[in-house]
Design a protein around this ligand. Structure first.
Ligand code: ADP
Length: 659
């Protein structure tokens, strides 16, 4: 066994300090370990000192140190430094007896001994410290990684936000962001372009700078109420630019909520729609011009029709010489033809009215027997010319419908005339009536005509679309079915069809069924036709009319009315003078007169003391709802339209004279 000459020379006290130190302590003489304390043995896992005596440090170490240098060389260098400088502190990897490497903090101190220098060695096992450091490092690395990830995300978000900001700025739509109180925090370039306020001028202000004064307070209250309750406000608004000009914008203001759900901002997006509004105004003007054209056209056509229908009705009354049955039926044809022509004019007018949403209906109980008879008769000539047979259900079991009589007739007539027009020679038309569920009555018209190709069926209710019939010799306008559909909808009914090309079509109308109990009416009117008694006492009627035929017609009518005398003239100015002079019991004015018109005359009559109390009726060919409204405002007691409906005229005269 090797003897340790150094430690044997130590005093017992120092030896004991060495031996029992908690740190591992060793002694190097030259380049070999010559002594070890208990802690060293325990650290390395050796049982006796002898096993370690005279080992070089590299023998208790792995081949190389973490920096890659051989342990042997590096250990010698470390010892050399310690001897030269007095001490050396460094980290080293040692190896336990069981082969496990572990980190040690080494402190070498040079100790003079006799004629040479020994090196006192202290080892501190730093396995735990290294482990914690490693863990800390891993933790730091993970944190760094998270920071990197987050930074990348932020950079991406920033990039997106920059792009978005740029898009908002470049957009032609004005964008404005305010805080919850409406103070402007952001405006984009388009805002400045449209409104003339620079960004600096706008920031800190409120959108009130755009207020044009066009809208009332309620408008803005409603806006605030909507957005402050978290809803989106979307309306057209008239704004004012910085230079005072006003313009229309489509505005959409939406609240933005913060994380807690509170409204923290508002974002407003606006598009200048001045051009659209202008176009709309122009379109409305054009539409008005169209209505006026239609109104005057219908006036031109109604005036001659008035003579045709009026005189025919007088002939039928037969107050002078009763007509023979044959003559009566001829006159009947004239009246029916005239009425059909009238309904054609109405159709054109209707389209205008429907387009402006002004159809007025008078819904009543309508018996299908009369309705079908009337329509079949009116289609008769057309059907006969093509030798088409019309089959109609027997009248006994026919229900009643709830409809506007004239409009119901118009819709059914349209289906029947189509069924005849688009039928083959010697074809058939079958009318069927069926009471359906939901209290509906269906009138269907089936023909054996050309049918409608499947690929065209979805275009059938488009205005002016004739589905190719425009190239045939069959006359039409392509508005009949559009009108029919609209009218059916107005009467709470509907229209439908099925068709097979080459075989034929069935078109049907579904009307609301009428209560059987509601069946007064129709026959009563007929009795009144013959009753021309309007007054017991002698009365004077003043009629102002510039059209000679109409004047003659009225003269003929009044001739047949007992106790009524007619006084007439052809201008409103003369009419006013006559009225003041003769104080008639009733005045009937044509509206469209040369010089002063009927409405103006009515207004003057109502404003003068002498004539104030005289009832004034209008009798005009202008049947536009607007004109009727205007007439009633001017003071007419009633506004009758031409062609004259005799029973209606008599009733109106009777009513006016009663008052
Ligand atoms: P019009 O008959 O004046 O052309 P409508 O609106 O009544 O206009 O009909 C539109 C189109 O639908 C017609 O042009 C025709 O092509 C087609 N059509 C309507 N009814 C029938 C039918 N019974 N059979 C075949 N085609 C029809």
């Amino acid at each position: 066994m090797a003897e340790n000459t150094v430690t044997t020379k130590l005093d017992d006290r120092y030896w004991s300090l060495f031996e029992h130190s908690a740190d591992a302590m060793l002694l190097i003489d030259g380049d070999k370990f010559v002594d070890f304390n208990q802690a060293t043995l325990a650290m390395l896992g050796y049982a006796s000192r002898e096993e370690l005596f005279s080992t070089h440090p590299s023998q208790l170490s792995p081949e190389t140190q973490p920096d890659g240098r051989p342990s042997f060389d590096k250990a010698n260098e470390m010892i050399g430094v310690a001897i030269e400088t007095g001490s050396n502190r460094f980290i080293w990897i040692h190896t336990r007896k069981n082969g496990e490497d572990f980190p040690v903090e080494v402190l070498l101190t040079a100790v003079p001994f006799e004629d040479r220098k020994l090196v006192h060695v202290v080892w501190r096992d730093i396995t735990e410290r290294v482990r914690i450091e490693k863990e800390n490092k891993a933790h730091r690395d993970r944190l760094q990684e998270l920071v990197n990830e987050r930074t990348a995300e932020l950079e991406k978000a920033l990039e997106e936000a920059t792009l978005l900001g740029e898009a908002v700025n470049q957009s032609g739509t004005s964008v404005i962001i305010t805080d919850a109180n409406g103070k402007i925090e952001f405006v984009n370039r388009a805002f400045s372009d449209i409104n003339g306020y620079s960004r600096e001028e706008a920031l800190g202000q409120t959108p009130k700078i755009l207020n044009s004064g066009f809208h009332d307070d309620d408008f803005f209250h409603e806006m605030w109420k909507t957005i402050s309750s978290g809803e989106v406000w979307n309306r057209s608004i008239r704004n004012r630019r910085k230079n005072g000009e006003t313009y229309w914008a489509r505005s959409r203001i939406a609240p933005i909520r913060d994380k807690s759900g509170e409204i923290s901002k508002f974002v407003g997006v606006e598009t200048d729609i001045s051009e659209l509004v202008e176009q709309k105004e122009q379109a409305e003007k054009a539409n008005l011009a169209k209505s006026e054209f239609l109104s005057s056209m219908s006036h031109e056509l109604r005036t001659p029709l008035n003579a045709i229908l009026g005189f025919s009705q007088l002939l039928q009354l037969g107050t002078e010489t009763p007509l023979t049955d044959r003559q009566f039926s001829y006159v009947d044809q004239v009246i029916k033809g005239g009425q059909h022509l009238l309904s054609l004019i109405d159709e054109v007018l209707d389209l205008a009215k429907i387009e402006s949403g002004k159809v007025s209906l008078s819904l009543e109980v309508v018996g299908l027997k009369d309705l079908l008879d009337e329509c079949v008769n009116l289609t008769g000539t057309l059907a006969k010319s093509k030798r088409i047979k019309i089959e109609q259900p027997s009248s006994r079991e026919l229900p009643k419908i709830w409809a506007d009589h004239l409009r119901a007739k118009q819709t059914l007539l349209n289906l029947l005339s189509n069924a005849a027009k688009y039928n083959v020679d010697k074809g058939q038309i079958q009318i069927q009536v069926e009471v359906r569920k939901n209290n509906l009555v269906r009138i269907s018209v089936t023909d054996t005509g050309r049918g409608i190709p499947e690929n065209k069926q979805n275009e059938i209710f488009q205005p002016f679309n004739r589905l190719g019939a425009e190239t045939s010799e069959i006359e039409g306008t392509g508005i009949g079915l559009v009108l029919t559909k609209k009218l059916m909808e107005e009467m709470q009914g509907s229209i439908g069809f099925s068709s097979e090309e080459g075989k034929g079509s069935t078109f049907w109308l579904d009307f609301p069924a009428a209560d059987w109990a509601n069946k007064a009416g129709a026959s009563k009117e007929k009795q009144e036709t013959a009753n021309l008694q309007v007054t017991e006492a002698e009365k004077l009627l003043l009629y102002v009319e510039d059209n000679p035929a109409n004047l003659t017609l009225m003269e003929s009518i009044v001739e047949d009315i007992p106790n009524l005398t007619l006084l007439s003239t052809h201008t409103a100015e003369l009419g006013l003078a006559l009225a003041e002079e003769r104080i008639p019991d009733l005045i009937i004015l044509d509206v469209n007169l040369p010089g002063m018109d009927g409405c103006e005359a009515a207004r003057l009559l109502k404003s003068r003391k002498a004539t104030k109390g005289i009832p004034v009726l209008a009798l005009s060919a202008d049947a536009m709802p607007r004109s009727i409204e205007r007439g009633l405002e001017a003071g007419f007691k009633e506004y009758l339209t031409k062609p004259i409906d005799l029973p209606k005229l008599i009733a109106a005269i009777r009513e006016a004279l009663k008052a």
